[in-house]
Design a protein around this ligand. Structure first.
Ligand code: SAH
Ligand code: SF4
Length: 356
């Protein structure tokens, strides 16, 4: 039983069921979540009886293997992990104001098939388990301890790595609960953002789970016809249905939903499309995140010009919509949005950041 598959509040009970004092659960949680230690031998206040539960396999804190860590010239760090059964997944650490934002994967690959996304070309291998989601955070936290600036930490988490997080709610929600619990990661849920391609019933389910996390929607098109072309999931859920689900989503005071919009030259970046988007979103408490397309080999799309990006942004401002342009981080190590897709045969990049 991997403890990381269970929220730390339950660890006491798990230990008690195995004949140990329940407060040991909290002690172990402290080692794991505050010290990022998963080796029971290093947990100095844990008695041999508890350690032997790990030694004989009754309990585990197994983490995936880190297969590479590469740092981009801009400071972004991409980590790749090999799961027990083979698939490789990635997380990205993005430096921001002296702290780090961690971009987590929720699935190995992705089955949604957005035409502009490199992860889509892998297809879906499988959902990640809760422990595999949390392991990315744990191993990244460990790494951050040794990186400058000193005493920096991961203060934001975005589920914007590989995979569609809402297609894996069963593992996503417990991982959020562990990241936010005071005996766990202790993060405020408002510092966690879940991004989705727009799985309507799952948006409702996430809202009903009352985790308090923020929501981001990858909209990427101002009308259904174009959306269906570039995001096949648009054939199942219309933009109106997605916006209705956003209205139902529990938002705290002054929180806003983020709409992500990948700008593809000559496809969805015209002024008239910006106006359509502006009309669509202006009744909303929202902000727009414009992401100029990050190219990858074999993709049919092109990155828009800076002038087109600015004109798109200015048009949205005319509708009183705050639109930010996301700077593309780590392009030299293929860590930018939509570029995560590590194949097993990829050469391993060692720490130090040689551009791929
Ligand atoms: N699957 C979820 C979470 C991944 S987020 C989702 O799609 O929302 C990944 C973000 O990167 C999404 O907003 C997606 O629209 C964007 N993206 C995908 N491919 C991209 C690319 N090639 N260039 C720029 N952004 C991309
Ligand atoms: Fe999956 Fe998101 Fe990529 Fe679409 S953009 S294929 S939903 S990871």
């Amino acid at each position: 039983m991997n403890l990381l598959d269970h929220t730390p509040v339950t660890w006491g009970n798990i230990l008690a069921e195995k004949g140990q004092a329940s407060y040991r659960g909290r002690q172990i949680a402290h080692w794991v979540y505050q010290r990022f230690t998963t080796d029971p031998q290093k947990m100095s206040n844990i008695p041999t009886g508890v350690r032997s539960l790990f030694a004989n396999g009754a309990l585990s804190l197994t983490l995936p293997e880190v297969v590479s860590t590469s740092q981009s010239l801009d400071g972004t760090v991409k980590m790749a992990f090999r799961l027990v059964d083979g698939p490789v997944i990635e997380s990205v650490l993005i430096p921001r104001k002296g702290e780090w934002t961690l971009c987590l994967s929720s699935q190995a690959g992705c089955g949604i098939g957005c035409r502009f996304c490199r992860t889509a070309s892998m297809g879906l291998s499988r959902n990640l388990t809760t422990s595999e989601i949390l392991s990315q955070w744990l191993l990244a936290s460990r790494l951050v301890e040794g990186l400058p600036p000193e005493d920096s930490r991961i203060d934001h988490i975005v589920f914007m790595g590989m995979g569609e997080p809402l297609a894996n709610l069963d593992a996503l929600i417990p991982s959020i609960r562990s990241l936010t619990h005071p005996d766990g990661g202790g993060l405020s849920p408002r510092r966690i953002t879940v991004s989705t391609s727009g799985l309507v019933p799952r948006i409702d389910a996430l809202g009903e789970a009352n985790t308090g996390v923020r929501l981001a929607i990858s909209l990427c098109a101002p009308d259904d016809a174009l959306r269906r072309e570039i995001m096949p999931v648009g054939r199942i859920y219309s933009i109106d249905e997605i916006l209705e689900a956003c209205r139902r989503f529990p938002l705290r005071n002054r929180d806003r939903i983020t709409f992500e919009y990948v700008l593809l030259a000559g496809v969805n970046d015209s002024i008239s499309q910006a106006r359509t988007l502006g009309r669509l979103l202006s009744p909303f408490r929202s902000k727009v995140n414009l992401i100029p397309f990050n190219p990858f080999s074999g993709s049919p799309f092109q990155r828009p010009t800076e002038a087109a990006v600015t004109a798109f942004q200015d048009t949205l401002s005319g509708f009183h919509i705050t639109a930010t342009v996301r700077k593309s981080m780590g392009p030299d190590v293929l860590a930018a949005c939509g570029q995560l897709a590590r194949e097993l045969q990829d050469p391993l990049v060692l720490t130090g950041g040689s551009p791929t």
